[in-house]
Design a protein around this ligand. Structure first.
Ligand SMILES: [Zn+2]
Length: 302
């Protein structure tokens, strides 16, 4: 009897284990979402894409064949310019979530992103985990990087990705009050762990779907190697490439990030002249974050 049970258990495991393995390879949701009934209820009600109270984007429109490529943690040299050239060659635009202390070191890469028409987004000044900070420190982590961008390009950020996607309601509230949309992701490849180009390619291509927000990083050579293959495979499957601002505008209930009112910059920044000596080089081609700074901007509080 015991032997029979053991045989049944082994057979069940032999069937279950490969199924679970394949599910993990191809799953479109995080494990936490997949086992959460509330997630499926939200999804059934169409509330899984964007939270209109907290201003956080989880996923693009599922009925549109489009994806957004987002690149975190840059700019890094020499990988970032290589990525920019790949995007330029393929006539697509990505969204870069930039870290302030690194932007300062490579302002010319930032200006090239603007000239290429890529979208620039805030990944905080120092890449701290925001949920552990006070509201004031969160505010400063976001604003200091915004000052950085203004000094380099004369533009403002409207999109935030908290480092490590470490956030709570406190972080979302500060970000929203500063005129930001917080941006999550759903399709990544652990490329920060130096996975092979084949692993990165396979993982992205198995988990991508309509409206996916793809997360990759710019400090790994393997990501640069995998990127052309990923882009051409996505193109072959008929995907369009959009920036996060475009993805927001394509939601069933559109959100226009560049119409959000930013907090005013400190007077000492606005009075600097000329701003980083670079404003004249920035064309109006930048897709989002187009809002030029004016001195009468008001704080939007809801
Ligand atoms: Zn990061």
């Amino acid at each position: 009897m015991r032997k029979k049970k053991l045989i049944i258990a082994i057979i069940a495991l032999a069937i279950l284990a490969p199924s679970l393995w394949w599910w993990n390879q191809t799953r479109k949701e995080s494990i936490a979402d997949a086992i959460n009934p509330m997630y499926w209820i939200r999804r059934w009600r169409g509330e899984d894409l964007f939270d209109y109270n907290k201003y956080i984007l989880y996923h693009g429109n599922r009925s549109l064949k489009e994806v957004a490529i987002t690149i975190d943690d840059g700019p890094h040299v020499p990988m970032e310019p290589q990525l920019l050239s790949i995007f330029e060659k393929n006539h697509i635009h990505a969204t870069f979530f930039l870290v302030g202390i690194k932007m300062k070191k490579h302002p010319n890469i930032i200006r090239r992103m603007v000239q290429d028409g890529d979208e620039l987004a805030n990944h905080t000044m120092d890449h701290y985990r925001l949920s552990y900070l006070s509201p004031w420190d969160i505010h400063n982590e976001i604003l200091n990087n915004d000052i950085n961008l203004y000094r380099i390009t004369g533009l403002r950020f409207h999109l935030l990705r908290p480092p490590g996607m470490n956030y709570n309601d406190k972080v979302l509230k500060v970000a929203k009050n500063m005129g930001y949309v917080t941006v999550s992701w759903d399709c990544a490849a652990e490329d920060y762990e130096n996975k092979s180009p084949d692993f990165i390619y396979d993982r992205i291509m198995r988990r991508v779907e309509n409206g996916s927000i793809i997360l990759l990083h710019d400090d790994m050579e393997n990501t640069v190697i995998a990127m052309p293959r990923i882009i051409s495979a996505l193109k072959e499957q008929g995907y369009q490439f959009v920036t996060i601002s475009q993805m927001l505008e394509h939601l069933p209930h559109p959100v226009y990030a560049d119409r959000l009112k930013s907090v005013p910059l400190p007077a000492y920044v606005l009075n600097e002249s000329p701003t980083g000596g670079s404003l004249t080089n920035v064309p109006s081609k930048a897709i989002a974050s187009k809002t030029k700074v004016t001195k009468d901007q008001t704080i939007r509080i809801k």
